[in-house]
Design a protein around this ligand. Structure first.
Ligand code: GDP
Length: 479
């Protein structure tokens, strides 16, 4: 290649073909441009329309973000209680809620909703968010300032709060003001336990009311992007942004989530020490929703059945104590993540005690063994993010059904995982796993409602690219 072009190519490569904005200081967030050296290339090119809408969003964020004049003016609306007319800037505040995998999926969903509705996304720092993620937008922070007027009330917002949209519908507070007076903020309850009125958020008619409100405060633990495609007024814009549906989270996650240097250190040290030298890297994400730390024999059997049946790992030779032929053997590094140490020990022992039938050498590694979810602890969350990221750097990936932790790993990596079915009644599932047909995460709790007919309906039948998930039969996902 002509030397004079190289810097441009490298630059473009670092910015993921234009997905990322330029102008950041590299050292303050090494992962932002460094991760490109470790990840596989983006599965597809982002559309030029997506790129231009992202640059426009960044400009909006800079104009309306925290501590700008327009922001200060908008905050005054909340303090004064009521407002008329239209605001200069409109906002979507994302409440930090649930486990880290869930938070990553919901933040991506919230960002896309903000992009579609020309709102500025602001992030409740919650416990650990600023310590885990770098700022994604140039110049102005995405973090909600600590002096935001209602920040201390977030923890009390629920379906019975007078500002909750579902509550307002139930009590006929919406629509009867016939025109100009709308509240300065409402609370959107989109968590798994949301009810029929909360779910009206996903109807066009309700969107046209919600659109008038300058501040939306949202709590969710669901990846609701698939349902945005079922809202007619968003459909066209979404199709322009994402001609290919199954890379939406892949693009959004690479755009938004850059681990901070402390997390990136965990990722890089582990990668260099245990994974980089292997000829092939296989990730196995083990998430068990049965109570108890485990390991559970039935799930272990199921994982072995999957890796064998799908030819992800070589079989072992239990018969002869073969010494492998001398010379360089192919090595496979297996990265296991799990709260429990037990599965890793079984895998490691098996491949230490017996040779493989192929002569391949299998090394098994597990970074942390935290035993229980401890979302409030900083180092716990850092390790969780580092592990999702490490899984995303493997060549092939096995994930567990229902787990958002696994969705993040495969989405970031652009890897179609083999999904281990959820064991029922403490019994291994047969077949043990299924290859995902799409890179997208699953929306676990979608509405089953036809907004126009005002009746229940199977929402997996409305458009061809939104269908049920492989791992959650009632969930919806993009294909
Ligand atoms: P989900 O419950 O599997 O959908 O994933 P979440 O990430 O939302 O919540 C599970 C939480 O448990 C994670 O955020 C971690 O705090 C913890 N956790 C679960 N599995 C693992 C694991 O393999 N490694 C680590 N370090 N933490 C885990």
């Amino acid at each position: 290649e002509d030397g004079s072009h190289r810097p441009v190519t490298v630059q473009k490569h670092k910015l993921l073909g234009g997905l990322l904005p330029s102008g950041f200081d590299e050292r303050s967030c090494l992962s932002r441009h460094g991760s490109v050296l470790y990840h596989k290339e983006l599965r597809q090119r982002p559309s030029s329309y997506l790129i231009s809408r992202l640059r426009n969003y960044e400009a909006l964020h800079k104009r309306c973000g925290p501590h700008t004049e327009l922001y200060n003016r908008s905050v005054e609306l909340i303090k004064s209680g009521q407002y008329r007319g239209s605001a200069d800037c409109n906002y979507l505040v994302w409440i930090s809620y649930s486990g880290l995998g869930n938070r990553i999926l919901t933040l991506a969903s919230a960002f896309l909703y903000a992009l579609l509705t020309n709102r500025v996304l602001l992030v409740d720092p919650g416990v650990n968010m600023p310590d885990l993620f770098c700022e994604p937008f140039p110049d102005v922070s995405w973090l909600l300032p600590p002096d935001f007027p209602i920040i201390s009330k977030f923890s009390t917002f629920d379906q019975k709060s007078p500002h909750c949209y579902g509550y307002m519908v139930k009590n006929d507070i919406v629509g009867n003001s016939s025109g100009s007076i709308v509240p300065p903020f409402i609370y959107l309850h989109l968590a798994h336990d949301y009810d029929d009125q909360d779910k009206l958020f996903f109807c066009d008619e309700d969107q046209s009311f919600i659109q008038k409100i300058p501040w939306l405060v949202m709590r969710t633990d669901n990846y609701f992007v698939p349902f945005l495609f079922l809202i007619p007024s968003f459909e066209r814009e979404l199709n322009n942004l994402f001609p290919e549906k199954e890379t939406i989270f892949h693009f959004l996650s690479r755009y938004l989530f850059h681990p901070t240097n402390s997390v990136w250190g965990l990722v890089m040290r582990y990668y260099q020490a245990y994974l980089a030298q292997a000829d092939e890297k296989l990730g196995i994400q083990i998430r068990v929703f049965d109570t108890g730390v485990g390991p559970f024999k039935y799930f272990l059997d199921q994982i072995f059945a999957c890796t064998t049946k799908e030819n992800l790992l070589p079989r072992i030779n239990r018969g002869e104590p073969i010494v492998n032929p001398s010379g360089k053997q192919k090595t496979i590094a297996v990265l296991i993540t799990s709260l429990s140490p037990g599965y890793f020990e079984e895998f490691r022992n098996m491949y230490w005690e017996h040779p493989t039938v192929t002569g391949e050498i299998v090394g098994v590694y597990q970074p942390s063994q935290e035993k229980h979810q401890q979302t409030e602890k900083l180092m716990h969350d850092r390790k969780a993010l580092a592990e999702m990221y490490l899984l995303s750097l493997t060549d092939k990936l096995v994930t567990s059904a229902w787990s958002t932790f696994g969705y993040v790993a495969h989405g970031l990596g652009g890897l179609k995982p083999w999904i281990l079915y959820k064991p029922e009644n403490k019994t291994a599932h047969n077949p043990p796993c299924v290859r995902a047909a799409s890179l997208e995460p699953c929306f676990h709790a979608p509405p089953y409602y036809d907004c126009k007919k005002k009746t229940g309906t199977d929402t997996s039948k409305i458009v061809s690219h939104v269908r049920h998930c492989e791992d959650v039969s009632w969930g919806l996902k993009l294909f």
